[in-house]
Design a protein around this ligand. Structure first.
Ligand code: ZN
Ligand code: ZN
Length: 401
């Protein structure tokens, strides 16, 4: 078994690293500083590394023959103004694609993921006699926009790095620090974001007979879309169809010539995803015809792949986590309708994934801030050391002598 012992010096360095990363978040696919920081840390450890997918960094630790294991940590921050009161709170800003300057925060805790992975790499190097094989550390950019895993795979990740037999990964979440939570099978949702533009005919508000009203059309569509989950899908096939933006018109006495709305769709399987997307297209098109309106434009903004935890590997990793952390610290959770793009790293080459959550908050805190809240601030301990222990225990399950 690999030792997960951290000396006081290790812990101090880990906390410095975490605070540095926390204070310097970057937007998805713009993680230049973070990538260079990771490269510097890998260089100091003497770990071979290469860039992949722009701001992605891959560190390969080879230690003799044996299994190859992939371990993924995502690196991006979010456009959120931090309000945690931490001495190391971020004051960083970034620039969105449209030129808007935004405040930045590690509001999803990806700084804890990078810190845990780099510290685990350090401990692996320290005890090379205790294991044999290869560990591929994948520091993936752009998780929040579902761009990073795709970018790394299309940049030839699996031509450049040894192919692993499993991809492991973890995410900090608002439950007690020291605990982890695992699910087997479908773990997180596939997600699709769509933009729909409805076309009508503009007219004076007093003369509806001359208009084709895209707002009334939109109202019918939004209402009818609710029947996909309530009337079309089987009750045990979970899905979410959310319309969170709707824009149309400028003045109360002008019926506009267009309206726009966006949809966010979550499903747990590829089959249900296809069914929901087809239903959306059918309903939008048919309602436009019913309104005598021109054909609407449906655009796909982005999609997240499935996150499927391979049951056999999940059982094995769960046992390793229980052995390391204690059975009472390892919980099981229901599938989440949130999304993650880690699944694409393994699915793109048919390699299984195991992904779990680790807690980041005081057990006495009954309503800790959720990920993406401006108040999201994991406790440094035992959050970070649990992340390191979980990483090493799961990696060690495959490569320990
Ligand atoms: Zn997030
Ligand atoms: Zn996240």
């Amino acid at each position: 078994m690999l030792s997960t012992h951290l000396t006081p010096e290790d812990t101090g360095r880990m906390h410095d690293m975490y605070r540095h990363l926390h204070a310097n978040p970057e937007l998805s696919m713009q993680e230049e500083h973070t990538a260079r920081y990771i490269e510097t840390q890998l260089e100091q450890l003497g770990i071979e590394h290469f860039r992949c997918g722009g701001t992605g960094v891959v560190g390969v630790v080879c230690n003799g023959t044996g299994p190859v294991v992939g371990f993924r940590a995502d690196t991006d921050g979010l456009p959120i103004k931090e309000d945690t009161g931490a001495t190391y709170a971020s004051t960083a800003t970034g620039i969105l694609d449209d030129g808007t300057v935004v405040p930045l925060m590690h509001g999803c805790g990806h700084d804890t993921h990078v810190t845990a992975a780099l510290t685990a790499a350090k401990l692996l190097l320290r005890q090379q006699q205790a294991w044999s094989g290869t560990v591929v550390f994948i520091f993936q950019p752009g998780e929040e926009t579902a761009a990073g895993a795709k970018a790394m795979v299309s940049d030839g990740l699996w031509d450049k790095a040894p192919r692993p037999e499993v991809i492991l990964g973890q995410h900090v979440f608002p439950f007690p620090a020291g605990q982890v939570a695992v699910t087997s099978g479908n773990a997180m949702a596939l997600a699709d974001s769509l933009k729909v533009t409805l076309y009508g005919r503009q007219a004076h508000g007093s003369q509806p007979q001359d208009a084709i009203d895209p707002i009334v059309l939109g109202a019918h569509i939004i209402t009818r879309l609710q029947t996909i989950t309530s009337r079309e899908l089987a009750p045990l096939s979970p899905a979410v169809v959310t319309c969170a933006t709707f824009h149309g018109g400028l003045k109360e006495n002008i019926i506009p010539d267009r309206a726009e709305f966006t949809l966010n769709i979550r499903t747990l399987t590829r089959e249900v995803r296809e069914q929901v997307l087809a239903a959306v297209e059918r309903i939008v098109t048919a309602e436009a015809q019913a309104s005598n309106a021109p054909a609407p434009l449906i655009e796909h903004l982005y999609d997240f792949p499935r996150l499927y935890n391979d049951p056999e590997h999940t059982d094995r990793v769960t046992a390793a986590l229980q052995a390391e952390l204690g059975e009472e610290q390892v919980h099981f959770h229901e599938p989440k309708m949130g999304s993650e793009d880690v699944g694409w790293l393994g699915d793109s080459i048919g390699v299984p994934t195991v992904y779990w959550f680790f807690g980041g908050f005081d057990p006495a805190d009954t309503s800790p801030p959720v990920n993406h809240s401006p108040h999201f601030l994991p406790l440094e301990e035992p959050t970070l050391s649990t992340g390191v222990r979980a990483a090493l225990a799961s990696i060690g399950h495959y490569v320990a002598r």
